[in-house]
Design a protein. Structure first.
Length: 335
């Protein structure tokens, strides 16, 4: 079954960086396939569907590159790296159930094909498999960080649920949600790559900060694209966050900076039961007029600058350049 998405094709065309790392991506893909084994046919079917439905493999790739940056000489980095793709896939499955999503990466979401109950349980299987694979590292520090990371991710999901339709959420509160929900897993991938390579404390912390800022920027770019992208490029309907009651940074910024008539119109539109497409067009215009999109883009670029500065302690190398290129990709991507 081949489910290579339009989005994945666009990545290869627009970002030669990923073509230059094709050997790493192929090794990661082999490890992913090798470990998708289950005696329960439905588990095998759903896991292969979600894992083969596109995706950039950014998190495992970052772990591999972080280890290589520190001259890792072992053979365990590819096998361990897929823990981050499995954890990411598990969160996507659960997210799609919570959000009643119909599309994922341009394909029908798994819950529309097999139902919510099956998809939640398969997500649990991927989570369990992630921890089984991480045990093979034999490193208690790695296990501790993964445990802390998954706990933080679960808290982030709950925080996002609590703040659904919360028009009073502050920028600081929102950034905390995306740190926990999205950025922490990217940060852990980079940090664990460093730990596997036997990094010094300063090096480990630098890669952790690189991943955290990269992850914040990644989510902010998603927020930006949800108002400006196209469904064909983005792999899911644009405007979906607003429709699901998710108050993301472009809207938060517009709510904070608008006053008088625009502010009230924005509140009235968000809480309206009228035709969604008309509402979205009007909300998007007010957000644009009050620089909500520009501000989100600028903040994403700020976090990318912070991420790149974290790598300054490492000598120049092809691997460091690949990490810098990935940082540039995060804020330039359309998918």
């Amino acid at each position: 079954m081949s489910l290579k998405s339009t989005a994945e094709d666009l990545i290869q065309l627009q970002y030669p960086l990923f073509a230059s790392l094709d050997d790493d991506l192929q090794r990661i893909e082999k490890e992913i396939d090798k470990n998708l084994q289950s005696s329960v046919p439905l588990i095998a079917l759903v896991t292969r569907y979600i894992m083969r439905s596109g995706g950039k493999r950014l998190r495992p790739l970052l772990m591999v590159l972080a280890a290589r940056l520190l001259n890792y000489q072992g053979n365990d980095h590819y096998g361990l790296s897929i823990v981050f793709e499995y954890l990411h896939a598990a969160t996507l499955l659960h997210d799609d159930v919570v959000d009643n999503a119909e599309l994922r990466r341009g394909n029908p979401s798994a819950n529309t094909l097999w139902g919510n109950a099956a998809v939640v349980l398969v997500g649990d299987f991927l989570l369990a498999t992630s921890f089984f694979l991480s045990v093979t590292s034999g490193n208690l520090k790695i296990l501790r960080i993964l445990s802390e990371t998954t706990t933080s991710m679960a808290e982030g999901e709950v925080l996002q649920l609590i703040n659904s339709d919360n028009l009073e959420i502050s920028e600081e509160e929102y950034i905390e949600v995306i740190k926990r929900k999205t950025a922490i897993l990217i940060s852990a991938a980079c940090q664990i790559g460093a730990i596997l390579a036997g990094a010094e404390e300063e090096q480990e912390e630098a890669l952790r900060r690189f991943g955290l800022n990269l992850g914040i920027a990644f989510q902010l770019r998603d927020d930006f694209l949800d108002y400006t992208g196209s469904e064909e490029e983005f792999g899911k309907p644009v405007g979906k966050d607003l429709q699901e009651g998710k108050i993301t940074l472009p809207l938060i910024r517009a709510l904070q900076t608008s006053n008088g008539g625009d502010h009230q119109r924005l509140v009235d539109l968000i809480t309206s039961d009228n035709n969604y497409e008309q509402i979205f067009t009007k909300v998007k215009k007010i957000i644009k007029d009050h620089r909500g999109l520009d501000y989100t883009d600028e903040l994403a670029n700020h976090h990318i600058s912070e991420a790149k500065s974290s790598l300054s302690i490492f000598p120049e190398s092809a691997t460091r350049q690949s990490l810098l290129d990935i940082a540039e990709y995060v804020v330039a991507r359309r998918v």
